[in-house]
Design a protein around this ligand. Structure first.
Ligand SMILES: [Zn+2]
Length: 459
């Protein structure tokens, strides 16, 4: 993957366009698989509560049994599974310890099943700055991709629709500082890849022009990137002559001030998706505005009102046989609403939108605004392991400091590659200092944020 990225970045535009279109062909075949999977589980969207509980309970029992047998960390719980057939899975689940990222980073191998077989790795960080590699079987990977896609399907996707994306796709090499066309177009799967990394007053207007010409049916993006784009367009007095079926967002929560400017500039209904890189839980927003949990990927304690809603949320995988995490705390608070009946008719359990702290962004001397998810991308894009916490702090116009909570060895191993990757995302406009620390609440501004911009806060 890394080797291909290098080839891509060195290639001229027409070759890059070819690669993007070839990748699109692959997407077309993935989409077919997702649609097949989604039609197989469509019945679960309207299943009555008892049926949902029975489904989840039976899968929980399988996961628990398998984990105790094959996963070193869980082998000491063998006494719990002896009478598993005769007792409630939820009662047994309670006996397992809560674990979190730090538990796993401490000894990742203890969570991997013996003879895992073929697996894929999903890198996760969220906006917490704690990278974690979660291994999973291909079935889990495909299913969770399909569940993320379901939100687009619910929003009225039809075959042939175009989707513009303003997320972390590195389609324009960062060596090109001011691209005339800050996008790539894939005709094979009808995607417009807009470069989140290149947003500026000039590129925003060009992107606006492209959207007016091509009128994609969907606009998808990180809330922070959509906000930056729409703010630039608004300030330029740009007139949008297009409105998509829906604006789709994910990766970050969308705040009121962001929603306001997106509605003002683009219009259209806005639909969110909650998911995590661990791929154990996801929720899609329906037309009535509710976030419906997916039911089949993971069990969130509290979703049925049977177990207590733990904070931060505790989730158990229902599918991953390679690294089956039990009672894993993602770090997000998920407010479950087991009694809520949604007007859309779906009976899937509902949660409140996840509220995390409003992240800052980084501002370069030339005025570029770099969204938190773009910085996270630079951060986890490296295959870094063993970092418990990270924080990026901008305290003056010309530099940022990256604080890493990790061992001396890891620090030495990753500091240069991380500096290089960060400098690239900031277009070489900012000096990047990497500092090792044993805590990340080094800044006065707030300890749990990934990005702290002290320049913005002083205003
Ligand atoms: Zn609904």
């Amino acid at each position: 993957m890394e080797a291909f990225r290098k080839i891509y970045e060195r290639s001229p535009r027409f070759l890059r366009s070819l690669y993007v279109n070839a990748y699109g062909l692959n997407n077309v075949s993935r989409l077919r698989k997702w649609e097949r999977l989604l039609s197989e589980i469509e019945y679960t969207e309207r299943l009555e509560r008892e049926g949902q509980i029975a489904l989840v309970e039976s899968r929980l029992k399988d996961v628990i049994r398998d984990a105790v047998e094959r996963v070193p960390f869980y082998s000491r719980f063998s006494a719990l599974v002896r009478d598993l057939d005769d007792v409630s899975a939820f009662d047994v689940l309670k006996e397992f310890p809560l674990i979190d990222k730090e538990t796993i980073i401490h000894d990742p191998e203890a969570f991997v099943a013996k003879d895992p077989g073929d697996f894929v790795v999903s890198m996760t960080s969220g906006t917490t700055g704690t990278p974690l590699r979660v291994r999973m079987d291909r079935g889990t990977f495909l299913l969770t991709d399909a569940l993320w896609w379901r939100r687009t399907a619910w929003a009225g996707y039809e075959k042939g629709d175009w989707i513009a994306r303003l997320v972390g796709d590195p389609v324009i090499p960062l060596r090109i500082k001011d691209p005339k066309r800050p996008w790539m177009i894939s005709r094979t799967d009808r995607r417009i890849y807009l470069s989140t990394f290149h947003l500026s007053a000039e590129t925003a207007v060009r992107i606006g022009g492209l959207l007016n010409r091509r009128k994609p049916e969907f606009m998808m993006g990180y809330p922070s990137s959509l906000e930056i784009l729409c703010n630039y367009l608004d300030e330029a007095g740009f007139r949008m002559e297009w409105s998509p079926k829906s604006v789709l967002f994910s990766s970050e929560p969308m705040y009121d001030h962001q929603e306001r400017v997106v509605r003002k500039v683009i219009g259209a209904q806005i639909r969110g998706l909650y998911g995590s890189g661990e791929r154990m839980v996801s929720a899609a927003q329906c037309g009535s505005g509710s976030y419906h949990l997916s039911l089949v990927d993971g069990y969130v304690e509290g979703q049925f009102g049977i177990m207590e809603n733990v904070r931060p949320a505790a989730v158990t995988t229902l599918t991953n046989s390679v690294m089956p995490l039990i009672r894993y705390q993602l770090g997000d608070v998920i407010e479950t609403l087991p009694e809520f009946g949604c007007e859309c008719g779906r009976t899937l359990p509902v949660m409140s939108p996840v509220i995390t702290k409003d992240e800052d962004w980084i501002i370069t001397p030339s005025g570029r605004m770099i969204s938190p998810s773009a910085v996270v991308w630079a951060f986890i894009h490296q295959e870094i392991d063993g970092i418990t916490n990270g924080q990026v702090v901008q305290s003056d116009r010309g530099s940022v400091t990256v604080y890493l909570n990790t061992t001396e060895d890891n620090f030495i191993r990753y500091k240069d590659v991380l500096r290089e990757s960060m400098e690239k995302v900031f277009f070489g406009e900012l000096d990047v200092d990497i500092v090792r620390t044993d805590r990340v609440d080094v800044s006065r501004a707030g300890k749990s944020r990934f990005i702290v911009n002290e320049l913005r806060q002083r205003k």
